[in-house]
Design a binder for this molecule. Structure first.
Ligand SMILES: Cc1cc2nc3c(=O)[nH]c(=O)nc-3n(C[C@H](O)[C@H](O)[C@H](O)COP(=O)(O)O)c2cc1C
Length: 199
């Protein structure tokens, strides 16, 4: 079974290897590897270099992990409870210089998590992002101020075995990954008109 990307054109090996598993080994992640992940996030690009990303780190067994886990939808909690690390990503909605809205805060936060995910692959780790959680619970549990929004939770860990999972999650863990064709998302001329770059 390989979950690697079935890319049609050459691509960096880290991008080929990255995917979002649900089965994680319980092994702890060495602290130097975790530091490296957040270093990768730190050097991401952002609108006006505002760096609107914030992260709350939970390590399996500690209070932050429990709070993040409690906020997850049931389906996500069923597998994420075995991950060694859960992280809550939080975006700063306002500009650093004034209280005006920062229109790119979600974009920038997502980009930082993308950086982190690719660095994780380099470290032999995997990241699984989740939108299925309750942001209000997280806001309360972590006293998140009003100008910040909880955006996603992500699990990080070493790859586990699909047999750890049950039911549909086990099936999904080994299913081929699907992607749109290029003519569905690379356009020229008008919106929706496929680019001739991909004949
Ligand atoms: C913003 C965001 C929210 C997501 N929410 C969930 C989620 O709640 N539960 C889940 O199992 N996967 C979630 N995913 C993972 C996606 O389903 C996964 O990235 C997608 O199917 C592509 O698979 P791949 O990452 O293995 O290439 C989310 C991913 C992103 C980027």
């Amino acid at each position: 079974m390989s979950k690697e990307a079935q890319n049609l054109y050459p691509m960096h090996a880290l991008l080929i290897r990255r995917w979002s598993p649900r089965a994680f080994r319980s092994d702890n992640i060495p602290e130097e590897k975790l530091r490296t992940l957040f270093e990768a996030a730190r050097w991401s690009a952002s609108g006006g270099n505002q760096q609107p990303w914030r992260f709350i780190l939970g390590t399996n067994g500690d209070e932050s992990f429990s709070k993040i886990l409690d906020s997850l939808d049931d389906g996500n909690r069923s597998w994420a409870q075995n991950a060694p690390v859960l992280v809550l990503s939080v975006g700063k909605k306002t500009q650093n210089r004034n209280d005006r809205p920062n229109s790119s805060y979600r974009y920038d936060l997502g980009q930082a998590v993308a950086h982190l995910s690719i660095q994780a692959t380099e470290e032999g780790l995997y990241v699984h992002q989740m939108g299925g959680f309750n942001p209000d619970l997280c806001r309360q549990a972590f006293s998140i101020p009003p100008d910040f929004d909880p955006i996603t939770v992500f699990a990080v860990g070493f790859l586990g075995d699909p047999s750890q999972l049950e039911g549909n999650n086990r099936i999904r863990e080994t299913e081929p990954r699907q992607r749109m064709a290029f003519d569905e998302f690379v356009f020229s001329g008008t919106f929706g008109q496929p680019s001739s770059l991909f004949p």
